[in-house]
Write a protein that binds this ligand. Structure first.
Ligand SMILES: NC(=O)c1ccc[n+]([C@@H]2O[C@H](COP(=O)([O-])OP(=O)(O)OC[C@H]3O[C@@H](n4cnc5c(N)ncnc54)[C@H](OP(=O)(O)O)[C@@H]3O)[C@@H](O)[C@H]2O)c1
Length: 299
């Protein structure tokens, strides 16, 4: 079993549609190994932040192409991570750059970052990538449509396209320990509700493993090995930092965003055998406990 830190493939050029939490952490790891990293953000502040560490950063808010086609943005791009969520306008990278992506001469690997919302509610059952998607929310329908657009768009290109269905992402700078310390953690109780999580750096490792083992059209559930109620995670974080856990709030009484409500209305446990069997990845943070312990250690 490999527990590697960089892909075996020689350093390439990774372009990230959306230099968000996951893509930027992956970019940082690859940058240190000699890769070129470029990508997009919506804010000038982030352009400054990412440029200062060595990413070539472009402004892209989905209303116009990143640069004109003539500028040949993707001419030496070898790898792409697509992490911009779908919008009402559609799948933004493809809306503006599909033609260039199909013809990009050096492009060999693309990952579309999706979500398990495409499976819909499974009443807490195990769900593998072989289970047919049955989205129950608008969010899930949009994601499934976006996955299919990427698969279709790159079907006849030289690049391999893989779909990564990521469970709840956490890591340094975005985690329940910080919420507890900020007094913002909540325990929402809903009978039988569980979900998986995934540490952002395990996602990075999985993406790098996939770069070494491209498998076009393949779908991967990217999740930890313990689906559990969110209350378990909050209580564990509270114990770590010695803070009294907040009083639980019943789901029916909780004030939740539309996104959170749709999230809590579905329940499933993700099967992740492909990570190990096909990509050879052993998670560094198999449950939230290892993940939160490591985050606390670095504080
Ligand atoms: N967070 C989770 O738990 C979770 C779980 C499963 C799947 N996902 C999905 O997996 C992907 C990666 O997640 P993440 O948490 O790493 O993402 P993230 O930190 O939210 O980053 C998303 C990136 O997309 C850009 N973006 C968002 N909306 C945009 C728009 N309308 N036009 C142009 N750019 C836009 C953001 O720009 P800025 O740099 O300007 O912010 C950011 O760079 C996302 O698609 C996310 O929805 C997330």
């Amino acid at each position: 079993m490999r527990n590697f830190t960089i892909p075996k493939t020689s350093p390439g050029h990774l372009f990230c549609f959306g230099l968000g939490f996951t893509a930027s952490r992956l970019g940082l790891r690859l940058l240190k190994s000699g890769w070129r990293i470029s990508g997009t953000t919506r804010s000038f502040e982030n352009i400054d932040k990412w440029s200062s560490i060595g990413f070539q950063t472009y402004l892209f808010d989905g209303t116009a192409p990143i640069v004109s086609e003539k500028q040949n943005l993707f001419s030496d791009v070898t790898h792409i991570v697509a992490s911009i969520p779908p919008t009402d306008a559609g799948e933004l990278p493809l809306l503006f750059h599909q033609k260039e992506l199909i013809t990009a001469a050096k492009l060999r690997w693309v990952a579309y970052l999706s979500t398990p919302a495409v499976y819909g509610d499974r009443g807490g059952a195990l769900v593998s990538e072989d289970d047919f998607p049955k989205p129950g929310s608008r969010r899930g329908h949009r994601r499934l449509a976006a996955e299919n657009l990427w698969l279709q768009a790159l079907k006849n290109s030289r690049a391999s396209i893989q779909i990564m269905r990521l469970s709840g992402i956490y890591g340094p700078g975005r985690n329940v320990i910080d919420q507890v310390l900020d007094g913002k953690a909540r325990i929402i109780e809903k009978e039988g509700q569980v979900f998986n999580r995934i540490h952002v750096d395990d996602i990075g490792t999985i993406l790098m493993a996939s770069m070494d083992r491209p498998n076009t059209g393949r779908v991967y559930n990217v999740a930890d090995q313990e689906a559990c109620p969110s209350g378990d995670v909050v209580r564990y974080a509270c114990r770590l930092v010695d803070v009294e856990p907040p009083n639980p709030i019943l789901f029916e009484d909780a004030e939740l965003s539309g996104m959170a409500r749709s999230f809590y209305s579905e329940c499933k446990r993700l099967v992740t055998d492909r990570l190990n069997n096909e990509l050879g990845v052993e998670l560094r943070y198999p449950t939230y406990r290892e993940g939160l312990d490591a985050i606390l250690k670095k504080k």
